[in-house]
Design a protein. Structure first.
Length: 406
């Protein structure tokens, strides 16, 4: 996988209640992006993220899985998290590095308890959020895409209808707000146009108004203009939507089905178009003793990493996943272990996709990698360069779930 700029690397986590379809959605995103050759099934235990025998046997996710993929010239750092409360520790670990949380909600079961718990946790950490209403291919789902149980303002980024003529009337020529067609495969024969029911003109106008209202709420000036009768342009709506998502004031809602692939392309487009990258997020507050400072993702600054997860590999041993908060880290660099004060040599750095390793000798901010031989007891540590003998840098409580010091 080639290198990208900081702005191209949003860290996106899939969260929600168990059984809502997070793993299937992650598999669909990887397949659409060309990262995998075939789509696995949870029922068969062949998905990319569920690699443990217990996960395949019980058909649930037990630990988080990192699944980066490339889309439209961007790299999306995707994390699939468990949905059951027994494994909430991995959800907390993912929240500490997340730039955007995508809540996968089943249209059949509706909003369930674990999704509400994680939503409130994201609100405490001020993490931007989106909603993907899944399983719309099943009979009996109901969704309006207008609000959440917490009363947060949402913008319906795609309607449930599959009629192209209705979508054109609702969304016009906006590339950001247009929904995904039912299938990306072109039909073998041209399909004659269908006449839209008479009810759709009023319905499409209502959906369009709801969409614009959900976006302009993120900008007071634009909202005043809209209330005075001024119609915002597509560019203004796109900019305001991205600003509202980054500020956690607007929460787009995308409808689709991970199993059939409906809405998956639209979701991937939105992750790249309006998904906030680490450079769009507030600086990370770090502490060194009693001193607190704001840390920005600057590739030219002093290297500082954050180990957020340690996994056991049957062939290599203990492997640690860490995100580069600042500076640039290369293979064979030496960083200080803040827990023991000893120096650790980075003799092997890999980009990780599930259990597949992709070597990469150089890492800049807002990326993660796998680091062999880092002591597992030091998960949550923030290693720094050997020449800088600081006193235990660690992320502050301000933006993350808990202190990074073990």
């Amino acid at each position: 996988m080639k290198s990208y700029t900081d702005r191209s690397d949003p860290h996106v986590i899939l969260v929600g209640h168990g059984g809502s379809g997070k793993t299937t959605l992650a598999e669909a995103l990887l397949a659409r992006a060309g990262a995998i050759n075939r789509i696995g099934r949870v029922e068969d235990g062949t998905t990319s993220s569920d690699t443990e025998p217990e996960e395949q046997k019980r058909r649930i996710s037990i630990s988080l899985a990192v699944l980066p993929f490339e889309w439209a010239g961007h790299k999306v750092n995707l994390i699939d998290t468990p949905g059951y409360a027994d494994f909430v520790g991995d959800v907390e670990a993912a929240l500490r590095i997340a730039d955007l949380a995508v809540f996968v909600v089943s249209a059949v079961e509706g909003l369930e308890v674990q999704a509400e718990v994680v939503w409130r946790r994201c609100a405490e950490l001020d993490i931007p959020r989106m909603v993907f209403v899944n399983k719309l291919d099943r009979s009996g789902p109901t969704s309006s895409g207008r609000s959440t149980s917490s009363g947060a303002r949402s913008a319906p980024a795609s309607p449930r209808s599959n009629c192209r003529s209705a979508r054109k009337r609702v969304f016009g020529a906006s590339p950001t707000c247009s929904p995904t067609p039912p299938s990306s495969t072109p039909p073998t024969a041209p399909t004659p146009p269908r006449k839209s029911p008479r009810i759709w003109p009023s319905w499409s106008n209502q959906v369009h108004d709801n969409l614009v209202e959900g976006i302009v709420v993120a900008d007071d000036e634009l909202m005043e203009r809209y209330l005075e009768g001024d119609v915002p342009s597509v560019a203004e709506l796109e900019h305001t939507l991205a600003h509202g998502v980054a500020g956690a004031t607007v929460f787009p809602v995308v409808c689709g089905s991970a199993l059939t692939g409906v809405g998956v392309d639209r979701l991937a487009d939105l992750l790249c178009e309006i998904g906030p990258s680490p450079v769009d997020r507030p600086p990370v507050a770090v502490r060194a003793g009693d001193t607190e400072a704001e840390l920005k993702p600057d590739p030219s600054a002093q290297p500082l990493a954050f180990v957020f997860k340690t996994i056991a590999d049957p062939y290599v041993g203990q492997l640690s996943l860490f995100k580069v908060l600042s500076g640039t880290i290369k293979t064979d660099d030496q960083l200080v272990n803040p827990a023991s004060g000893t120096t650790e040599r980075l003799h092997g750095l890999f980009l990780l996709r599930a259990r597949t390793r992709h070597p990469s000798p150089r890492w800049s901010p807002v990326t993660w990698q796998r680091w062999p031989s880092w002591p597992p007891r030091n998960t949550g540590a923030t290693p720094w360069p050997q020449r800088e003998r600081r006193s235990r840098w660690r992320p502050s409580h301000r933006r993350r779930a808990c202190s990074a010091s073990p």
